[in-house]
Design a protein around this ligand. Structure first.
Ligand SMILES: Nc1ncnc2c1ncn2[C@@H]1O[C@H](COP(=O)(O)OP(=O)(O)OP(=O)(O)O)[C@@H](O)[C@H]1O
Length: 443
């Protein structure tokens, strides 16, 4: 159940808000002053704050409300706030929103307006796979709600966005989400995986080539920048670009101009760039492997996706989502997790993040004999001391190379299956194959 903290000096105002909210299934806490509210926040979990802007000493300026908003920011408390005041003035509303409030309601409020505003922010979505957005970025927790709101706001702009986060945290999905919520959505988003393009084909892939421009250029090829004109261009695994390719990319980002290979006439593209990486680009800059000026072009806005282990408060919702998704895929009825099975998930550290969780649940759905998924249906790599003892001493890189080679052999040369098994994305496994010069036979 979600908890709303009502901060107002008037007891009858608190009471009437409480009655409306409780009748809609919310739990309420009350505070008669911002200071009492801060004490309450220190000990109770609160999902949303309903904040009066004026308290007894000063009944019109809104200073006390604004000061409370700035206290919340200073304490780094990412709790959404809806501001309420009887002295609604548009400039105070704007000031409150600029100070971090999510919405603004005039007193006396209409109950429907109040409930709609609250539900808009902290409603628990029903977990189902029939709406893509809920499945992808459902507001499972306050933090992810704030992330969604941020992504939607970002989507409205034309600014370049950099999405960072470990493998499998949902960077590509978020890129799509941003594109779908932008005014460019009527065109498809164009994606390029930087890790999967061989250096010698980079220009041809991104800028296109004319027929006959080089030996293999049998046909005219339209480049991704041209295709993405008026749309979004998603540059995945941007950290994998070599320095010389970074220079080429930088040029087009700075000038908006590029040339097709084999044609000297410059072309222009107004593609909006969304890029993603699991690398720490600042670290790469320190190591001289990434251009700072390129980073500045890419990171006008940044969204950092947390690893799943930092989102365990949302695990239950993710589990329901994937149970539903895979249950439908394999024609199973309504599936649930036993308590022990769920606990096993909470104890794991999820290096492959949401992608790995999805795979684990998919396997469990296939394995489960009944409609309750139990511990034995869940295959996650728990540390096994005996096995570790038998692994010969080797560097992490050697181990990585060995495991990838082994998995590719096991899956008879099918790189994608090997990657899936190891919890690596397509680009991540191809990057490593390239790095370790692993031979892959054609399948
Ligand atoms: N918020 C989410 N809701 C539901 N499923 C998700 C979410 N985020 C990620 N996934 C699942 O995880 C998988 C990986 O997501 P995605 O490819 O977007 O991650 P990524 O961070 O781009 O990974 P990589 O860095 O390995 O390319 C998706 O196929 C999807 O099944």
């Amino acid at each position: 159940m979600k908890t709303v903290l009502i901060v107002d000096d008037l007891i009858d105002v608190r009471l009437s808000a409480r009655i409306v909210l409780e009748s809609h299934g919310f739990q309420c806490l009350e505070a008669d002053h911002p200071n009492t509210a801060l004490t309450c926040l220190a000990k109770d979990k609160v999902d949303l704050i309903l904040l009066d802007m004026n308290f007894s000493q000063d009944t019109t300026s809104g200073h006390e409300g604004l000061a409370f908003l700035s206290d919340l920011r200073a304490l780094d408390l990412a709790i959404p706030v809806i501001v309420i005041t009887g002295w609604a003035k548009i400039d105070l509303a704007v000031q409150a929103m600029q100070s971090g409030a999510c919405d603004f309601i005039e007193k006396p409020w209409k109950n429907k307006r109040l409930i709609d505003a609250v539900k808009n922010i902290i409603a628990q979505p029903e977990v189902s796979s029939n709406t893509k957005e809920q499945g992808l970025f459902g507001a499972f927790s306050t933090n992810s709600h704030l992330l969604i709101e941020k992504a939607k706001r970002i989507a409205q702009t034309d600014a370049n966005v950099l999405i960072t986060g470990e493998n499998g945290t949902g960077k590509s999905m978020l890129a799509k989400f941003i594109h779908q919520h932008s005014h460019r959505a009527k065109q498809d988003m164009i994606s390029v995986n930087m890790a999967a393009i061989p250096d010698n084909l980079f220009e041809s892939e991104l800028f296109g080539h004319r027929k006959g421009a080089f030996t293999d250029a049998k046909e005219h090829r339209v480049g991704r920048f041209t295709l993405a004109n008026g749309s979004s261009l998603f540059l995945d695994e941007i950290g994998c670009l070599t320095m010389s390719l970074q220079a080429k990319l930088l040029r087009v980002l700075e000038s908006g101009e590029y040339e097709e290979v084999g044609c000297s006439k410059p072309k222009r593209s107004n593609a909006r760039i969304i890029s993603a990486t699991n690398a720490d680009l600042n670290e790469l800059i320190e190591e001289g492997k990434f251009r700072r000026d390129l980073l500045f072009r890419l990171n006008t806005l940044v969204i950092e996706l947390p690893p799943l282990r930092a989102r365990l408060d949302e695990l239950e919702e993710f589990v329901s989502h994937f149970l539903n998704l895979h249950g439908k895929k394999y024609g199973r009825g309504i599936l649930t997790f036993s308590k022990q099975a769920f606990n096993k998930l909470t104890e794991y550290h999820w290096p492959g993040n949401i992608r790995e969780l999805s795979h684990v649940i998919e396997r469990a759905v296939i394995m489960a004999q009944t409609n309750t998924i139990d511990v034995q249906d869940i295959q996650i790599a728990q540390g096994n001391k005996q096995q570790v003892d038998h692994v010969p001493l080797m560097s992490l890189e050697q181990a990585e190379q060995k495991l990838i080679t082994q998995a590719i052999t096991h899956f008879d040369g099918n790189v994608l299956k090997a990657g899936e098994f190891l919890g690596l994305s397509k680009s991540a496994i191809y990057r490593r194959i390239d790095k370790f010069s692993i031979q892959v036979k054609d399948t």
